[in-house]
Design a protein around this ligand. Structure first.
Ligand code: CTP
Length: 404
């Protein structure tokens, strides 16, 4: 279940292309994400897949004929929908939409609908690149329609080229971005840092920490779902960043500091979730250290404290006013509340999300977290054990409230 999709009404228009088989999967994914999916098929789509396929995955009746049912249903369908996706969209249907033609339930509904329209074209043999199709795409884009794809690759004819419908996961991600546009952070710029940083000892070794970036990636996704434009400053992690962020990959604390300071220069909010390495070797060895360089006591590496990124952000903010709101994390192993409060004041934050990394179900590499959110006024919210996604959504909610 994805909070953003929960109880959203999605119209899924399906036109005649072999890519229809992928749309069954898309309908299933949207339904599993929590949306109520109503499918409208054209007659040509019915030659590739049956209404029963869609009905089986959405659990809802499928609309496949304008005249058989009550003829005003197109108005009702379009009126209540949050999003209209047409996938696959043939060159022919796109031409009709550009012209405002309404000769079947799908095109009639598209004309009557008030919600955003997302189109996933699918066509073979250079049809997408034809000037006629390109002119229709331009017309529709100018009217505010969003296009997802097509991508390049092998097509049904055996030819390779531009015209493949995007895969269901990519379409789901696009639908998510379009739905988010009406969220509480729409029109805002948000910066999120996530993951660990690494400090080099020599060309092959480094000091780091156990952060996997899960909480930071969840915050980036929650900010996207709330409609923000998100810059994600991401340390080395295995997990993929969410679709739709402006991604800046960094390795060292120095690089993260640079990227964060640049990104917050005109940002509304900063979520500093990264587990920044606190120490780095006092000097970097240009060559790989050899075992023979160690003596009986081993090899001592002198450490120095890294730059505190939030303290630098605080200085910049005092001069420029940006970011307008800033939230930090405090990873503690003991006396979480007291240390958290001291950090909030020292780092000039509006909020600090304190987590006791030793508590059961909290900390690195797990999918849950237990967080106390503090502001200078005291406890804002003491959260129970929640998924990192739910924690992220609550943090975004509090920051959005502070911004408004
Ligand atoms: N942080 C930072 N720059 C650093 C270290 C941490 O900006 N060099 C940020 C973290 O991203 C987090 C907050 O500061 O949002 C608190 O991090 P934490 O590791 O809990 O605190 P430290 O500043 O490292 O303090 P201590 O060593 O006393 O725990």
């Amino acid at each position: 279940m994805i909070t953003l999709f929960k109880d959203k009404r999605i119209l899924l228009g399906v036109t005649g292309s072999i890519a229809c088989y992928k749309t069954v999967d898309l309908a299933s994914k949207l339904t599993q994400a929590g949306a109520q999916v109503d499918v409208i098929m054209t007659e040509a789509a019915g030659r590739f897949v049956t209404p029963l396929s869609f009905q089986s995955v959405t659990g809802r009746p499928v609309y496949d004929d304008m005249w058989r049912r009550e003829h005003v249903q197109h108005v009702g369908l379009g009126e209540t929908a949050d999003l209209f996706i047409i996938a696959p969209a043939t060159a022919h249907t796109m031409a009709k939409l550009a012209q405002g033609l309404a000769d079947n339930l799908l095109t009639v509904t598209a004309l009557a609908a008030h919600c955003p329209l997302l189109i996933a074209p699918a066509m073979d043999g250079g049809m997408y690149e034809h000037p006629a199709t390109q002119a229709n795409v331009a017309t529709l884009k100018q009217r505010g329609v969003t296009f997802a794809g097509p991508s390049t690759g092998r097509m049904a004819s055996g030819l390779s080229g531009l015209g493949r419908m995007l895969e269901p996961d990519a379409l789901l991600a696009q639908a998510r971005l379009v739905l988010a546009r009406s969220g509480v952070l729409a029109g805002t710029k948000v910066v999120v840092s996530a993951g660990p940083t690494r400090e080099a000892i020599d060309p092959v070794r480094f000091i780091s920490n156990r952060s996997t970036g899960k909480q930071g990636l969840a915050v980036a996704q929650a900010a996207l779902d709330a409609g923000a434009e998100v810059t994600l400053v991401l340390g080395p992690v295995a997990e993929s960043p969410p679709h739709g962020v402006n991604l800046v990959r960094v390795e060292s604390t120095e690089q993260m500091a640079q990227a964060v300071l640049t990104a917050v220069a005109n940002a509304d909010a900063l979520f500093m979730v990264a587990a920044v390495a606190d120490f780095r070797p006092g000097k970097l060895s240009e060559r790989k250290l050899k075992k023979t360089e160690a003596n009986d006591w081993g090899l001592a590496i002198g450490l120095e404290v890294t730059l505190d990124i939030l303290s630098t952000v605080k200085e910049q903010r005092e001069k420029t006013g940006f970011p307008r709101v800033s939230l930090g994390f405090a990873a503690e192993t003991h006396d979480a509340y007291e240390y958290g409060r001291a950090k909030l004041l020292r780092k000039g934050l509006n909020f600090i999300a304190v987590n006791d990394v030793m508590a059961e179900g909290a900390g690195f590499a797990v999918d849950t977290n237990r967080v106390i959110l503090l502001s200078s006024a005291g406890v804002v919210e003491e959260m129970p054990l929640l998924s990192k996604t739910a924690v992220a959504e609550r943090l975004v909610h509090h920051v959005a409230k502070a911004l408004s």
